[in-house]
Design a protein around this ligand. Structure first.
Ligand SMILES: NC(=O)c1ccc[n+]([C@@H]2O[C@H](COP(=O)([O-])OP(=O)(O)OC[C@H]3O[C@@H](n4cnc5c(N)ncnc54)[C@H](OP(=O)(O)O)[C@@H]3O)[C@@H](O)[C@H]2O)c1
Length: 284
């Protein structure tokens, strides 16, 4: 496995070293709204992705498909230890974390979780939840712990509580949601940045500028947006349940965006395709 300290993925096996020494793939498959159920879409998406070479899978308690992800891993013909599985806790609390983690691990049935994230700071109790996650790490059930949707003020409150720095912060990132203050804070404090909704949930794939850039580069609009994330050094996890698109989304390593394209994409106005818990007040 290659480890890329610059965080610019060169292929599906490129990894970045987290602040706890664990190495994490820079590219993976998002699982939100991938479906669920025996023999269903989510399981097939995982099987197709891992046989294509994807190493990173991003699920969550909230997505309701941890069991499907687990089955996909079992039936995908790839060794568990060659994959990196992320899941997240929806509603915070010390006891809830311990209880829900056990449920998540049972559903996934993969022995351990590579990265466990607080899904959002919006329900509060982040300090006690984070302490519970650190205990799971000590017990060897989780390899790394991190957060999602944390703004700078949330990260500062965790630091003030004397807790170890999270390894990862997963936030919405694409040209219309660059969250430069959070990215800068994370980079200065050794927190690896993981972007979600890199394709804007499909909502900007028909944007006039994106279409023009795609035509000029002879790539699809989706590939243009994923490449933008790759070039910014973000871990990225485009979601698709379609075998063709799962494969298409991996053709983002052997070419780069020209300077005009970067200038246009970097200059997009602020707009979000998702919820934005990064701005919620700190609730402890
Ligand atoms: N922590 C959080 O709060 C949070 C929030 C949102 C998302 N996430 C994570 O980030 C992942 C990705 O974000 P997302 O699911 O919100 O959206 P996304 O990856 O930005 O977009 C997914 C949409 O794009 C379509 N798509 C995929 N590849 C395509 C292609 N090559 N051409 C055209 N359309 C394409 C998909 O449809 P098909 O499936 O039909 O291809 C789907 O409708 C999630 O799945 C989840 O794991 C985390």
């Amino acid at each position: 496995m290659k480890e890329d300290m610059s965080s610019i993925a060169k292929d599906l096996t490129s990894r970045v070293k987290l602040n706890d020494g664990v190495t994490m793939p820079l590219f993976g498959l998002g699982m939100y709204l991938s479906g669920s159920g025996q023999g269903g879409q989510a399981e097939h998406a995982v099987i197709h992705a891992v046989s294509t070479g994807y190493k990173l899978l991003d699920t969550a308690e909230f997505y309701g498909n941890e069991a499907d992800v687990g089955r996909g891993i079992k039936n995908g013909g790839v060794k568990r230890e060659d994959l990196f599985v992320v899941t997240k806790l929806w509603e915070n609390g010390y006891d809830r974390c311990k209880k829900i983690f056990n449920k998540s691990l049972k559903m996934l049935d993969i022995g351990y979780v590579d990265l466990y994230l607080i899904h959002s700071p919006s329900t509060g109790k982040c300090v006690e939840t984070y302490k519970a996650m650190l205990e799971l790490k000590q017990e060897g059930l989780v390899r790394s712990v991190g957060v999602s949707n944390f703004g700078v003020h949330h990260l500062e409150r965790l630091r003030e509580a004397g807790l170890p720095t999270p390894s990862v912060n997963q936030i919405e990132l694409h040209p219309w949601q660059q969250k430069k203050d959070i990215v800068e804070y994370c980079r200065q404090n050794g927190i690896t940045v993981m972007g979600y909704s890199p394709l804007t949930k499909g909502q900007k794939l028909s944007d006039k500028s994106v279409l023009e850039i795609a035509k000029r580069h002879n790539k699809s609009p989706a590939q243009i947006l994923i490449r933008w994330s790759v070039e910014h050094g973000f871990i990225t996890i485009p979601k698709s349940s379609d075998p063709g698109r799962i494969e298409q989304n991996t053709d983002v390593f052997s070419w780069s965006l020209d300077q005009d394209a970067l200038k246009i994409l970097n200059g997009m106005p602020d707009w979000s395709c998702s919820w934005n818990p990064c701005i919620t007040p700190w609730r402890g």
